[in-house]
Design a protein around this ligand. Structure first.
Ligand SMILES: Cc1cc2nc3c(=O)[nH]c(=O)nc-3n(C[C@H](O)[C@H](O)[C@H](O)COP(=O)(O)O)c2cc1C
Length: 455
């Protein structure tokens, strides 16, 4: 039998061995991963992208930047002040929307840094900006340039001047690769691989010739301008687009004009491409050029070229069910495409919260939506009418259904908003934040369960 002293010595030895093992184990882990939430980054790639081009570029470059660990690719809204404080270098891949504005996934980042006074908060940081844009817009690469200014204002050091890409200007992309090679971030071999891969980026699902096959007025007698459902038949095989994608149409099919963009309201399974177009009225009272051509003058025998632009920012997040679709006016187009796509995928039980003006004349697509309610494809259909005895907007319906919305979101739903950038979108955002809490909204946005197509 062991003596009391031997037992004590044995236990002490065992304790020392265990302590040594645990100490070694934790120090090794710390060295390799860092304390949770306290990693430092050699290089971070931040993107702000609506259509997905800048995002795809950021991911491609990340896969080609060797020897930089850990490399992180983040939407700008997730690139917080804390992450920047712990980063040595940042590459920004950003596009511009609206009139010189940020894409949705860069709005919060821009707002944050605009609200900071110039205070040399980022003097440790080096950065470079790849600004995607289109010189047909007045504020060419406006958001990319703003990012550079905001970083400069905090003492961050530009590795080189922002590189502005006019549409898919290959020379500008070449300059970007060259600058990254000169600054030793990119090897010459990787630059060549990236050049070959860039051809694949931003390719639209297709450009094809179409004929108008049906034109239906949806809101006869409405106090609003006439709203039409237009259907187009493809002259060849149907391109393969997704719900959320955008149709680009040139007025009178004249490519020298600025293209107009319309959310597509159907999916290829429908066999036609449909749009919901409102006849626009200009400030002087004259009709909009493209909308009056489409809703009035265009004949069924005329051939129309339609390009389809991929719009990843408004594709449905896979597996987040059901969809809570919110919108107003012609925004029904983008929401309808999602309902069609979900129907094709046998995913049912969605919500539609939709606002228009008159309950008598603007109950648009009522037959179809009522049928979807009957089969359960739509679990909940809520309509708001702003010109009724009991005037309401979609944001009011969000507030009055806050409890039910909280429950479906908690169970994994995603929220998709389509329609007016002014008025509806900020009011819906505020009502959702009130109903669900701003932390939940932030989490939904970061995980891709809050997506918008607003214009
Ligand atoms: C509705 C809309 C508004 C745009 N506004 C601007 C603009 O003000 N300035 C600009 O340079 N480019 C503008 N663009 C062009 C985009 O920035 C450009 O197509 C970019 O490549 C899109 O990149 P993304 O797919 O990453 O979002 C606009 C594009 C659209 C569709």
């Amino acid at each position: 039998m062991l003596s009391q002293y031997s037992l004590a010595a044995l236990l002490t030895a065992l304790y020392l061995v265990m302590t040594w093992y645990c100490f070694r184990h934790t120090t090794v882990r710390r060295a390799s991963t860092g304390e949770p939430g306290k990693q430092s980054y050699e290089l971070v790639l931040g993107y702000a992208s609506q259509g997905g081009t800048a995002e795809a570029l950021a991911h491609q470059y990340a896969s080609m930047l060797p020897g930089v660990t850990p490399t992180t690719v983040l939407p700008l809204n997730a690139l917080t002040h804390q992450v920047l404080e712990r980063s040595k270098k940042v590459l920004f891949f950003v596009s511009t929307y609206g009139e010189g504005e940020a894409p949705d996934n860069g709005l919060r980042f821009e707002r944050y840094w605009r609200n900071q006074t110039a205070n040399n908060l980022l003097t440790h940081l080096e950065f470079a900006v790849l600004a995607l844009g289109d010189s047909q817009y007045q504020k060419f690469c406006g958001f990319g340039n703003s990012i550079a200014q905001l970083m400069n204002r905090q003492g961050a050091r530009p590795m080189f001047e922002p590189v502005q890409v006019d549409r898919s200007d290959t020379q500008a992309l070449e300059l970007w690769r060259k600058q990254l090679t000169v600054t030793d971030l990119l090897s010459a071999g990787a630059a060549n691989t990236l050049e070959a891969a860039e051809d694949q980026i931003g390719n639209s699902p297709g450009s094809a010739q179409w004929n108008l096959s049906d034109r239906r007025l949806l809101n006869a007698g409405s106090p609003g301008n006439p709203l039409y459902l237009l259907s187009f038949k493809c002259q060849g095989g149907l391109p393969n687009w997704q719900a959320g994608d955008i149709a680009r149409i040139w007025p009178f099919d004249d490519r020298s004009q600025l293209p107009r963009e319309y959310s597509i309201a159907s999916v290829p399974d429908n066999g036609v491409l449909t749009l919901v177009v409102r006849l626009a009225q200009r400030d002087d009272g004259s009709p909009g050029i493209c909308s009056s051509w489409l809703t009035d003058q265009l004949s069924q025998t005329e051939s129309v070229r339609i390009d389809i632009r991929k719009n990843r920012a408004f594709h449905a997040a896979p597996e987040a069910q059901p969809l809570i679709l919110i919108g107003n006016g012609s925004g029904i187009a983008g929401l309808l495409a999602h309902l069609e796509e979900q129907h094709s995928n046998s995913q049912h039980g969605h919500w539609l919260i939709y606002g228009e003006r008159s309950p008598d004349c603007d109950r648009i697509l009522d037959e179809q939506l009522t049928a979807w309610c009957a089969t359960g494809h739509l679990d909940t259909l809520l309509r708001a009418f702003s010109r009724s005895d009991n005037p309401a907007y979609v944001q009011d319906l969000i507030r009055s259904n806050a409890d039910q919305l909280r429950a479906v979101v908690k169970n994994g739903a995603q929220i998709m908003v389509c329609g007016s950038r002014l008025g509806m979108a900020p009011a819906v955002d505020a009502a959702l934040s009130q109903a669900l809490g701003s932390d939940t909204m932030q989490e939904l946005a970061t995980t891709g369960r809050y997506r918008r197509d607003i214009y």
